[in-house]
Design a protein around this ligand. Structure first.
Ligand code: TRP
Length: 334
């Protein structure tokens, strides 16, 4: 039997997971486990490129793990781990820094955006972030990396670094493909339908997080930005707010845009917004409840992290040893 293809992705615990993270990414991940050997990690090393409150970072990292599981990622079928628990990430990250060019890193749009937003903290980590991300990926020799559109450039750079390294030292890294899911919906902010729903409240007053209470969710939908046309019609060019709400409603209910247009024909936006809010409340309810349940069981979550880090570390170490040998480091005797 052919070995399963490998898939890997990470999410930074730098903000709360949102409805956008769920519908756009995590929801599609749980169905991959039968077909692929899947690795998912909490990218805490990446989170500190922007200043974090330590207590919040710790809480969010654990909460994110619990949420992954609550969203259906079974730790028996997927390797779930915390990035900083597998020290090979930082080590290969350093090596790959030496194979990533200043010019390449300078061209990353995320670096340009983030340095504009954090003008008082343009640190080296923010700049070399893509080499660490390349290490995250290449350690596991994955075939596919499911990412949002905003990360595509980093995956391209990862490929360039891998090709460059392989060219100098011979076949070392598998060249991964970005995996932009066809089914995942791109969810926009409820406050500004021109921008993707963001994990951070400062960036996005129009976000809905996985942990929001039904009251908060309903309030967010009731004040969602729309237009003054009062007609529920799918027109992503001219009616971005309504198109976004329709995408959310369609993702929750499985209805088509046509069916939704029919359902709310002549009803105005009030009834529609309420229906979308209620659908989201019911979609997120089991996830919120299961997350709370898991968070109460610290020893279970610890065992998941420990097993995940052991499994990931074993694979990561194989790749790192290979790299160290190729570049001429002296092997450490055991
Ligand atoms: N950079 C990604 C983000 O900001 C998170 C990430 C870190 C990642 N390492 C990764 C994603 C490796 C995929 C693969 O969302």
């Amino acid at each position: 039997m052919e070995p399963k293809k490998v898939m890997l992705s990470g999410i930074k615990p730098s903000g709360e997971l949102t409805l956008g993270s769920y519908l756009g990414a995590i929801r599609n991940w749980k169905d991959q486990a039968d077909q692929y050997d899947c690795y998912y990690f909490m990218a805490d090393l990446h989170a500190i490129t922007v200043r974090q409150n330590p207590a919040d970072l710790r809480r969010r990292t654990i909460e994110q793990l619990a949420q992954y599981i609550a969203c259906g990622l079974d730790p028996e079928k997927n390797t779930l781990f915390i990035q900083s628990h597998v020290h090979q990430h930082a080590e290969l990250g350093w090596v790959l820094n030496c194979y990533a060019m200043f010019g390449e890193l300078s061209r990353m749009t995320q670096f340009k955006d983030k340095s504009a937003k954090n003008a008082d903290n343009i640190n080296g980590g923010l700049f070399t972030y893509p080499s660490l991300m390349a290490a995250d990926i290449l350690l596991y020799q994955p075939d596919f990396v499911p990412v949002g559109d905003d990360q595509r450039q980093h995956v391209e750079l990862t490929r360039d670094i891998a090709v460059r390294f392989n060219h100098v030292y011979g076949e070392t890294f598998k060249i991964p493909e970005p995996f932009i899911s066809k089914v995942g919906a791109r969810i926009m902010s409820l406050a500004n339908p021109e921008a993707k729903m963001s994990k951070s409240e400062n960036d996005d007053p129009g976000r809905v997080t996985l942990m929001d209470s039904p009251d908060v969710i309903m309030r967010q939908f009731k004040r969602a930005v729309t237009d003054c046309d009062a007609c529920v019609r799918y027109d992503p060019e001219n009616k971005k707010g309504i198109a976004n709400l329709m995408t959310i409603y369609a993702s929750c209910t499985g209805k088509t845009f046509q069916e939704i247009e029919k359902e709310f024909d002549g009803q105005g936006y009030g009834a529609f917004k309420t229906a979308v809010g209620e659908a989201v409340v019911e979609l997120l309810r089991p996830i919120r409840e299961e997350t709370a349940h898991l968070l109460a069981d610290k020893s279970y979550l610890e065992s998941v992290c420990k097993n995940g880090a052991e499994k990931a570390g074993y694979i990561a170490n194989k790749t790192l040893r290979k790299v160290y040998k190729k570049i001429g480091f002296v092997a450490k005797s055991n």
